[in-house]
Ligand binder design. Structure first.
Ligand code: ZN
Ligand code: ZN
Length: 288
């Protein structure tokens, strides 16, 4: 979540509402999640030192295109995590009543020490979703629920870790479509209003980096005949860029098509443009 103030959260919710894609109760609940995440980030800023995620010669790593951060190295106080997990479980129970029993099982597992936070952190950082499969079977809950609850707690901490050092890649043209900080594949892009730079976004840590305008971020294809884009409405700032070599696609916000000075907030744009995923997939493209 790159929403940095309550004001930004409210503005984001308002703009989601304006799309008429979401029912009110969903927006009320998503606002609760956004507020929880902001709170985690604010508390983490005071209590957690994220610097252990950065080691070695960072400059050299950037030059060689190596991942700069290792989120599994951030040291997080156990009590901080216990409180955060209990709080998010409470929030989720308040609107996921059909999952109440499962959420209670997660709470019990935390209290009985059956959840190893270090392992959750490491596997989230390394994108090893198979771990959530194993753990969810062990405590009899769905892996999606366990993963989403864990991500709501750790996501803001990973973001904070990146925000503290975003100067490292500022204006640098990164040669990959995977995140310079954590290695996650990009989920969205934007063309900036002023000079039309193409900026990619990481859905895990919120990092944004400059990437070549006319190259596929997934396979590096730069044959213009095999790259194209489509949109549903030529006045809309949203489009989907596709590559006919790897069949990957990326949802893109074209800020040049926006009249007003609206700042792109990927967290919100991601939700607004979920329908484009369905369209791209129906067209035979896939999420990479
Ligand atoms: Zn990242
Ligand atoms: Zn490609």
């Amino acid at each position: 979540m790159s929403l940095k103030t309550i004001g930004q959260i409210k503005k984001g919710i308002k703009s989601l509402k304006e799309t008429e894609q979401f029912v009110n109760s969903f927006l009320v609940n998503i606002e609760k999640i956004f507020r929880f995440e902001l709170n985690i980030k604010r508390k983490a800023k005071k209590k957690i030192d994220t610097s252990p995620a950065y080691s070695g010669n960072i400059k050299k790593k950037i030059e060689q295109g190596e991942q700069i951060a290792d989120f599994s190295k951030i040291e997080i106080n156990r009590n901080f995590l216990i409180k955060a997990f209990h709080k998010i479980c409470e929030i989720r129970k308040s609107f996921n009543s059909e999952k109440e029993e499962e959420i209670k099982k997660i709470e019990e597992a935390i209290d009985n020490g059956k959840i190893d936070f270090t392992k959750i952190q490491k596997n989230l950082a390394l994108h090893k979703l198979s771990y959530f499969n194993t753990l969810s079977k062990k405590i009899s809950v769905s892996k999606e629920l366990l993963h989403s609850i864990s991500l709501t707690v750790y996501g803001p901490i990973f973001e904070l870790c990146v925000e503290m050092r975003k100067d490292l890649i500022k204006d640098y043209v990164w040669k990959k479509g995977s995140c310079p900080f954590c290695g996650t594949n990009t989920a969205m892009a934007k063309f900036e209003k002023e000079v039309g730079r193409r900026v990619l976004w990481c859905p895990l840590c919120g990092a944004e980096w400059v990437y070549k305008r006319l190259e596929c971020p997934f396979c590096g294809n730069d044959d213009q005949k095999l790259l194209r884009f489509f949109y549903l409405d030529d006045k809309s700032p949203y489009r989907v860029d596709v590559c006919d070599v790897c069949k990957g696609y990326i949802r893109t916000v074209d800020e040049r098509k926006r009249d007003e000075e609206i700042k792109t907030n990927f967290e919100i744009e991601d939700m607004k443009t979920l329908y484009l995923n369905d369209i791209a997939e129906k067209e035979g493209y896939k999420k990479i």
